[in-house]
Design a binder for this molecule. Structure first.
Ligand code: ADP
Length: 425
């Protein structure tokens, strides 16, 4: 198989976001969890997004993991590789964007790498090298107080220059607005003058389409989902990829029992659970018992076993903000969170043993715990249930074919659980 596009993402949720964006642009896309094994049976796809957790680890490790991902992608025919970073350029003075970019550039032989975190649909724009988050520069946005990587400088030419061994230039909006030839000319000028990378301005999606077109002529680019959109549209426009409607299944319904798990305590999820009470059997775990080490997972599975035969079920740990605060005050936030996540993973494992092959999970961390426990190596991304939440078909899972929906807390409308199950047949 020859991939039209290979991507390396520096965190999991960013990878999902990119895979969903590529799918919406018509590329059949698999999100792989970590670097796939060589024997992973991939369906025929246009793009693979390798999800790493390399944003906040030591730079040397981020480089070696990214290189391993690149090697796998090149080995599967990817001519162009996008290193996917956060649209707010989350990084520290030590990296990891610069060191990974330098390594990928050295491997690829590219003269000057295009870099842009712009993603206008989420309010991230770049002008004169300065990143804006909505109406304010990055260093005035909430990112200035980020616990892991506070961003104190909105000028990305300077930020990247501090992280990279090469000189960093700028492709400004005037050139981008003039089109692909002007960008090519600017890049040629920068290359001749020894610039190893350039921050590219982009304010509108058409700017990203221009940048995507030019980036594809190189082997490596660095950007957020916005550049993914530009690359995908350029691939479709050039005929290098044929647009596909998003579909995570081969068409035949999977059937069998279906279950939902909710570990998110967000306002949206609490409302979705309340709405689901009218449509399916719902069990509320006792979070105090979970944290006390009682076998709530066992109780939930005993409750689920026969009910699953009658229709979908929902098991929720979620409680109101007051109850969450009280539990956290008693046990500590991390201890409580971890215990509940592990109980959810136990329940997911048990449900799959009962034959469940359609699983909806609400909560980002909760989803991570479930996917890790089920050891699913990757997902083919399908149609969106709600904005940003697609149906996922497991790829290479030991359980065989399986459909999942993994939702961050605040996503989805009030009927999210039944909306999801309607698309997961
Ligand atoms: P979201 O996407 O809404 O942030 P997450 O799953 O990422 O949801 O995070 C929710 C966290 O809260 C998880 O660590 C989960 O285990 C924990 N949690 C779930 N239910 C409760 C509860 N009743 N009390 C305290 N913490 C809870």
């Amino acid at each position: 198989m020859t991939l039209a596009l290979g991507c390396i993402a520096d965190d999991y949720t960013g990878a999902s976001d990119l895979a969903n964006t590529l799918t919406r642009c018509g590329l059949r896309t698999v999100q792989a969890i970590g670097v796939p094994s060589d024997d992973l049976a991939l369906p025929k796809v246009d793009a693979v997004v390798v999800s790493l957790k390399s944003r906040s680890i030591e730079a040397g490790l981020a480089v070696s993991r990214s290189r391993a991902a690149e090697k796998w992608l090149r080995g599967h025919g990817a001519r162009h590789v996008l290193f996917k970073i956060c649209s707010t350029f989350d990084s520290t003075e030590a990296g990891n964007i610069g060191p990974v970019m330098d390594a990928l550039r050295a491997d690829s032989g590219d003269a000057t790498v295009l870099v842009t975190p712009a993603f206008p649909e989420t309010g991230r724009t770049v002008y004169q090298g300065n990143l804006f988050v909505g109406a304010v520069p990055l260093n005035e946005s909430p990112l200035r107080d980020h616990p892991l990587n506070p961003m104190h400088d909105s000028n990305l030419v300077r930020v990247l220059a501090r992280q990279s061994k090469s000189k960093i230039g700028l492709v400004d909006l005037a050139d981008v607005a003039r089109g692909a030839d002007a960008v090519r000319a600017r890049l040629a000028h920068l290359s001749k003058n020894g610039f190893g990378a350039a921050i590219a301005d982009a304010v509108f999606e058409r700017d990203l389409e221009t940048l995507g077109t030019v980036a594809l002529e190189n082997r490596v680019s660095v950007g957020a989902s916005g550049l993914g959109l530009g690359l995908a549209r350029a691939l479709v426009a050039s005929g290098a990829a044929k647009p596909n409607p998003p579909s995570a299944t081969s068409g035949a319904p999977l059937g069998g029992p279906a279950a939902c798990l909710a570990g998110s305590c967000s306002q949206a999820t609490l409302q979705q659970i309340a709405s689901a009470e009218a449509r399916m059997a719902v069990l509320h775990l006792d979070p105090n018992q979970v944290v006390a080490g009682k076998d709530e997972a066992g109780r939930a599975l005993a409750w689920a076993k026969d009910r699953l035969k009658q229709g979908p079920i929902l098991i929720a740990s979620s409680s109101t903000p007051e109850q969450v605060s009280a539990l956290q005050a008693r046990h500590g936030r991390d201890t409580a969170g971890h215990a509940i996540e592990q109980a959810m993973a136990d329940i997911a494992e048990g449900l799959v043993q009962f034959g469940v092959r359609r699983l909806v999970v609400a909560g980002g961390e909760t989803s991570g715990a479930v996917v890790d426990r089920l050891e699913i190596p990757g997902f083919l991304v399908g149609a969106e249930i709600a904005a940003g939440v697609p149906v996922l078909a497991a790829v290479g899972a030991r359980q065989g074919p399986m459909l999942l929906a993994l939702k961050s807390g605040n996503f989805g409308g009030p009927e999210f659980f039944s909306d999801a199950l309607k698309l997961m047949r």
